[in-house]
Design a protein around this ligand. Structure first.
Ligand SMILES: [Zn+2]
Length: 262
């Protein structure tokens, strides 16, 4: 699933561990200077974003502190993995390529040691800033990227992961043809969470509902059709309309697993 945006010491340690865990070893003994600089730059930017998120957890009067805390906890507990596109697993690579309507290389004999080719990596990075599937986030990060924006994107994506949005996003999971109505619900919720995180709002439903609705328009989800909603999704839609949705966004049940969608 495309990312729709881009678009303290303990944190340092946490992120170092995350990056070691989530980026596949490349089996080369000698890294070129540019490879090292690229990895350092990626890690530094993510750490900067997580540091901003951590600071927000320490402000209980802010509407976003609960969401900041929950997102940071999921990331630091390794419930979420973050890596560059070089760390794509074969299955996630397949999802990316299908979404981009590109030819997928045949299933390799050894999926575990498979690595994305330079050609496909260049193609993917030329078209995407980020991608998520299951509990895995992939980013193309530039040193000039805004760290506050990256931290809110992380909150947005952790919300997608908590809700397994990729399983309620497509008309047919096999062809990955996006269903605008289903996708709108997933995006509305994620943008709402992002708004709560970024702002100290006094009327969350009104203010963040407006932010989320405007974001849907901005990212071309204007085909929203409430009458087509499936019962499961309709329930969420009704909640958006009627009750404070904060309860939906925090303390949500974390998925039991991240196996392929049924
Ligand atoms: Zn999204």
């Amino acid at each position: 699933m495309f990312l729709k945006k881009m678009l303290t010491i303990s944190i340092w340690l946490v992120f170092f561990a995350i990056s070691c865990k989530s980026i596949k070893p490349d089996h080369t003994l000698v890294k070129t200077k540019s490879q090292i600089e690229e990895t350092d730059q990626f890690n530094a930017k993510i750490i900067e974003a997580l540091t901003i998120m951590e600071a927000r957890t320490r402000n209980p009067s802010s509407t976003g502190h609960q969401i900041a805390r929950e997102s940071l906890e999921r990331i630091s507990n390794y419930d979420v993995t973050i890596s560059s596109f070089k760390g794509l697993t074969y299955n996630d690579y397949r999802h990316v390529m299908i979404d981009l309507e590109q030819t997928v290389v045949e299933t390799p004999k050894d999926i575990d040691s498979w690595q994305v080719s330079k050609k496909d990596l260049a193609l993917i990075e030329s078209l995407l800033s980020g991608y998520m599937w299951g509990n895995r986030l992939y980013f193309r990060i530039h040193k000039d990227d805004d760290a506050v924006e990256l931290s809110s994107t992380l909150v947005h994506e952790v919300n997608h992961i908590a809700n397994r949005s990729e399983c309620s996003y497509y008309q047919d999971i096999k062809t990955q043809e996006v269903d605008d109505t289903l996708a709108s619900v997933e995006e509305f919720r994620a943008f709402y969470a992002e708004c709560l995180y970024l702002n100290n709002v006094s009327h969350p439903n009104r203010e963040c509902g407006k932010f989320a609705a405007e974001s849907l328009k901005k990212y071309d989800y204007d085909d929203f059709d409430g009458s087509r909603l499936q019962p499961k999704v309709k329930k969420i839609y009704d909640l958006f309309q009627n009750i404070p949705v904060v309860n939906l966004l925090v303390n949500s049940a974390w998925p039991d697993d991240f196996n392929e969608c049924m």
